[in-house]
Each structure stands twice: as C-alpha cells, then as structure tokens.
Design a protein around this ligand. Sequence first.
Ligand code: PNS
Length: 164
Amino acid sequence: MPVKALYPGTFDPPTNGHVDLIQRGAKIFDHLTVAILVNPVKNPLFTVEERVEMLKEATAGLGNVSVATFDGLLVQFARNQGATAVMRGIRAISDYEHEFQMALMNRRLAPEIETVFLQPAGRYSFVSSRMVKEVFSFGGDISGLVPASVIKRLSARINNGIAT
Ligand code: PNS
C-alpha cells in the first residue's frame, strides 16, 4: 500500500535543513505533504501564504511532494489526508526530548500513525529558522543556509524595517 507521510512544522522561514529533510523523505515515502501549522500565537515573520509559496518554490522539482496548511491537531489532519506517517527532523540529541514527547502524545491520540525521525545532512545540524532570522537581521551572511527565494523575502522585510 502506498505510504503517505506528513512533514509538519512552522517553517518561518523554511531553511536548507528543512529542504534537505524533504528530499530525504521524498525518497522513502510514496507521497510527502509538507504541512504548515497555522498558529498566529507564534507571531510568525512570514504569513502562511508566504510560507506556502517559499516551500512550493523550494520543492518544485519533487513530483511526490505537496504543500498544505493545517490548524488544530496534527493527527486529525493526518487522518483527513490519509497519512499514516509523520516525519520530523532531529538535528542533535537536544532536539530529541521534545520530539519524543510529541511523538508519544501523537501515538496516544492516533496509534495507527507512526512518527519517523530523519537526520538532516551534518552541515545543517546547527541551522534553525529562528537563528537564520536573527543573523540576517543583524547583517550576517546566511547564504547556503536557506533557499535563495527566502533570502530575497527576508531582504524585502528588512528593507521595510520589519525584522524578526
Ligand atoms: O516547526 P515546529 O514549530 O517545531 O513544529 C511543531 C509542530 C507544528 C509539529 C507541532 O507544534 C504540532 O504538531 N502542532 C499541532 C498541534 C498538535 O497536534 N499538538 C499535539 C501534539 S504535540
């Protein structure tokens, strides 16, 4: 049976670490949906529409990857989509505790859905959306850490005086 997986996250903005994981996930799942959580409480820099566009641009070459948004419970969205796996990235052991907790909560809510952890390439193990925004807002070089389209959008934000 074809396996559909979700890759959920905030993606504010997507990084090359996210894209690296999406490429890896696309190889092992029949279909991978990048699922952006709509959560205004997190006060994101980019609108959900902008994040959808950036992720679509970054994954344009991957035929079995789509981009969607969700609110509410992840496992409910997974069930609605017919997904049986949730993919998350582990960059370092420090990520594991929180990820493990989320995976077990999701398993309690939906035992039929498995969480699968993948590791991004080592060169992205220190990259996070938060740090990328911070470094860029102070004029630091983030080339190679995020897709080119993300740098363009971040530049537009900074030029408009709206940073992190
Ligand atoms: O990129 P992030 O912020 O680490 O992603 C976190 C995310 C979106 C995967 C997580 O917050 C989530 O799944 N939220 C939806 C609400 C939910 O299902 N909560 C219960 C499981 S923790």
